[in-house]
Write a protein that binds this ligand. Structure first.
Ligand code: ZN
Length: 438
């Protein structure tokens, strides 16, 4: 395309470096430091498309301008539509540039464009002949990705988008599962999983949930140009399980170390988690209805069974030291963890052990020790969990365990300033959701 090339050269002469132009326009917009730009693996490239790995200072691009700029390039913005192809999207952006289409299709780094969610904006800058000068869009992970023409080729660079946090709220009622309820409330899975984690010392989300349980949650929504890019941390939550209310407020003491506390200032972390099973959309969908003749004949059978798909991760419920790893009779593949002297926990029927889990290994609460399976006396994949005190099996639900440390006296007033408004908000949300649902 000799004509296109001369046009671009002419453009470059008139406008100077486009990067310099971006800097000029972006003056006053905060600069985001050194950003690594990523080249493309050679096997994905045409020989004529030259791509380099570069590290440079990048400022945020200017706000979109629709129409002609004084430098003979056109900026257009379009939203991704359901079922869009790269070619169709670029055509709507008035890009007439087969090399660009080809590059985006082949480039490993630009591939995220084809995974974009419908509704997301894509901005293109074109020269008068339709050749693509740059393409900018936000990836689902909140990265601002730019493809820029560079001589005969294109360069891909990415940087953290400037995200603005705004608190969002949601409430819901459990009818079948936590995920069904959070889906109905329009909540991301990441928020549902955080809720389960926050209350994991008090509620076993695999076994304790009942129809009619309710939740309210205040969480960070991270936006770019008014679009919700992703969700951040849960700031406050209430979960009403079997009529009992649990509230949590995030509090950080300034040192970067934070945690969840009840509004009266007690940490929600306890010595033991209620469930040894990783909470996920898959593991939460299993019921405990079908237990089964072989286990009934296992006369010494005690403990708690968790039906879950083979491979679901199993975690230790408390800090401790691994005292046994291997095969043991009806237990099949078994891990035993010794905690604080008199307590120990058993994880049985495992399909495999987590890397690094051997006799004598130190583990922290929540560390993965193995994977659900059906080794030993088991007809279906499930985790068999036992909780022992001085070598005798107990029902962990009925054992009184030491509470975690409360907020210190020095931090009390800072905590209350933060926690009380959030707790009040949770109260309002609960009333509103009950009023809406009944
Ligand atoms: Zn069992």
């Amino acid at each position: 395309m000799p004509i296109a090339k001369s046009v671009i050269l002419a453009h470059k002469k008139r406008g100077g470096s486009r990067k310099a132009l971006w800097f000029a326009v972006a003056a006053g917009i905060p600069c985001f430091g050194v950003v690594a730009a990523f080249g493309v693996a050679p096997d994905t490239l045409d020989d004529k498309l030259r791509v380099e790995r570069i590290v440079q200072e990048i400022a945020l691009p200017p706000l979109p301008v629709v129409g002609t700029s004084e430098h003979d390039t056109f900026v257009r913005e379009e939203r991704i539509q359901r079922g869009d192809t790269v070619a169709a999207l670029l055509a709507r952006l008035a890009v007439d540039d087969p090399d660009a289409v080809d590059f985006i299709r082949r480039s490993r780094d630009a591939r995220s464009l084809t995974q974009l969610r419908p509704g997301r904006s894509v901005r293109a800058e074109t020269a008068a002949d339709g050749s693509m000068q740059s393409l900018t869009y936000l990836t689902p992970n909140g990265l601002l990705l730019s493809i820029e023409r560079h001589g005969d080729g294109f360069e891909v660079s990415e940087q953290q988008a400037d995200l603005e946090s705004q608190p969002l709220m949601a409430s819901g009622e459990i009818r079948s599962s936590l995920f069904a309820a959070t889906d109905a409330a329009g909540l991301a899975d990441a928020v549902a999983i955080q809720i389960a984690e926050i209350f994991s010392s008090h509620i076993d989300f695999h076994r304790d949930l009942r129809r009619g349980d309710r939740f309210s949650v205040v969480y960070e929504g991270l936006h770019h140009d008014g679009e919700l890019v992703r969700t951040g941390r849960v700031l406050a939550a209430e979960f009403v399980n079997q009529g009992k209310s649990y509230k949590a407020v995030w509090f950080e003491a300034g040192s970067g170390q934070g945690g969840y506390y009840s509004p009266d200032g007690n940490s929600l972390r306890k010595a033991f988690l209620r469930s040894p099973l990783e909470f996920s959309r898959i593991s939460s969908g299993f019921t405990h209805a079908r237990f089964h003749p072989i286990l009934k004949q296992w006369t010494a059978h005690r403990g708690t069974d968790y039906a879950a798909p083979t491979g679901t991760r199993v975690r230790t419920t408390a800090d401790g030291v691994v005292s046994f790893v291997g095969r043991q009779g009806g237990y099949g593949n078994l891990v035993i963890v010794q905690h604080h002297g008199k307590y120990s926990t058993y994880y049985a029927h495992l399909s495999g052990f987590a890397p690094g889990i051997g006799k004598g290994a130190r583990v922290s609460q929540g560390d993965f020790v193995g994977y659900v399976g059906q080794t030993g006396l088991a007809t279906g994949p499930h985790l068999h969990y036992e909780f022992h005190i001085n070598g005798v099996q107990h029902d962990p639900v009925k054992v009184a365990l030491p509470e975690a440390v409360p907020i210190t006296r020095e931090l009390r007033s800072a905590f209350e300033t933060r926690a009380l408004p959030l707790a009040h908000q949770l109260g309002l949300m609960r009333q509103a959701s009950v009023a809406a649902l009944h």
